[in-house]
Design a protein around this ligand. Structure first.
Ligand code: AQP
Length: 332
């Protein structure tokens, strides 16, 4: 099965991005053909600094590699280096109803967040994301909960395309499969450390998230300062204890232990004991990420070469799909 997923190089990739998306990729690449993109064309739909974009792309590539994405198995590349993404995005825009785009939660939230940066690219984001997936005939998309609505829309657009341009031969006449969302069983929505009712997000103040490259000191500071709830017990209860529940979820996913098991360990212990232990667990878990980043920072050429090779492999698939799409749409 071919799988597609990506991350916006918009700064510090965090624990939410990792637990919601990247951790799944590592397992999936063992038995599937995976295409993992650094989606820079999506990154520029919200305010950004052009001088920092190339660095953010290389940082994202370092995270993919440090997390265990294997460039021998999976295709890793930067979206803008394969022009077919933009072309297919434009073509699919012509069959996407405006109403569907206006319903998208991400568009509404980002428009509120960046009131003076509400651009057509942000509105069309889900169309480009559909193009990203369909260009590789992706059958499944491992993402966090916040992206589920976009994959649903990708299914709608794929269906519309098949109905409008596919051959009338049922399954056999289909140009695109309708891609499925793959959500992790737990960790599909990691919450902000300071406001556990909001999702962890890179564009928030760094106090709200643990970046995968955070120093041990920063990890300890952020976890110790994370919002907890009234009461003393370390119990999973999202409604009554959203802060502690979020920290328990993180603890469980990082240690591969059940939440119940962790709760048992911390019966009669304080929030502070629990947080100290979580900070230590995170510091150890993220140590290879920091080490790999340091190593890769001195090996820009090597990382760029991986991205270039990935782009060449991606281009072969993308060109084949585009040839078919142009023919079906009467453009060739
Ligand atoms: N808090 C989260 N919990 C679980 N998964 C998450 N993802 C994002 N936040 C969480 C998943 O990470 C992948 C990459 O996300 P993205 O960079 O494409 O954009 P995003 O969803 O908008 O992530 P951020 O961190 O909130 O970035 P900004 O602040 O730049 O918008 C996706 O699979 C996403 O579901």
């Amino acid at each position: 099965m071919r799988i597609f997923s990506g991350i916006r190089p918009t700064g510090n990739i965090h624990l939410g991005n990792y637990l919601g998306a990247i951790k799944q990729w590592i397992a999936l690449q063992e038995t599937n053909e995976c295409v993992f993109c650094i989606v820079d064309l999506h990154a520029i739909t919200t305010p950004y600094n052009p001088k920092e974009l190339q660095k953010n792309i290389l940082d994202a590539a370092a995270i993919y590699l440090a997390a265990g994405v294997n460039p021998e198995k999976s295709i890793i590349f930067t979206q803008s280096s394969v022009k077919e993404h933009a072309e297919l995005g434009w073509l699919l825009g012509t069959i996407t109803p405006m109403g569907e785009l206006g319903r998208m939660t991400q568009f509404k939230e980002k428009s509120k967040q960046h009131k003076d940066y509400i651009n057509a690219g942000l509105f069309n984001y889900p169309v480009l994301m559909t193009a990203d997936i369909l260009l590789y005939k992706g059958k499944a998309v491992p993402v966090g909960k916040d992206q589920e609505q976009h994959v649903e829309l990708a299914r709608t657009i794929a269906k519309k395309f098949n109905q409008k341009f596919g051959s009338p031969r049922g399954e056999a006449g289909k140009v695109f499969d309708e891609p499925e969302t793959i959500l992790p069983k737990a960790g599909a929505k990691i919450m902000s450390l300071q406001d556990p009712k909001k999702k962890m997000s890179k564009s928030d103040d760094p106090k709200n998230y643990i970046s995968l490259f955070d120093s041990p000191e920063d990890i300890t500071k952020k976890i110790m300062a994370a919002t907890t709830d009234s009461g003393k017990e370390i119990i999973y209860n999202v409604t009554k204890k959203p802060g502690i529940s979020n920290l328990l979820t993180i603890y469980s996913l990082i240690t591969d232990r059940s939440v119940e098991d962790i709760q048992r360990e911390f019966v009669k212990k304080s929030y502070s004991d629990f947080k100290k232990s979580l900070a230590n667990v995170l510091i150890n878990y993220l140590e290879p990420f920091r080490r790999k980043q340091k190593e890769l920072q001195t090996r820009d050429i090597y990382v760029k070469e991986i991205l270039n090779k990935g782009a060449s492999r991606a281009k072969i698939i993308a060109e084949t799909t585009m040839k078919e799409v142009r023919e079906k749409m009467g453009l060739a």
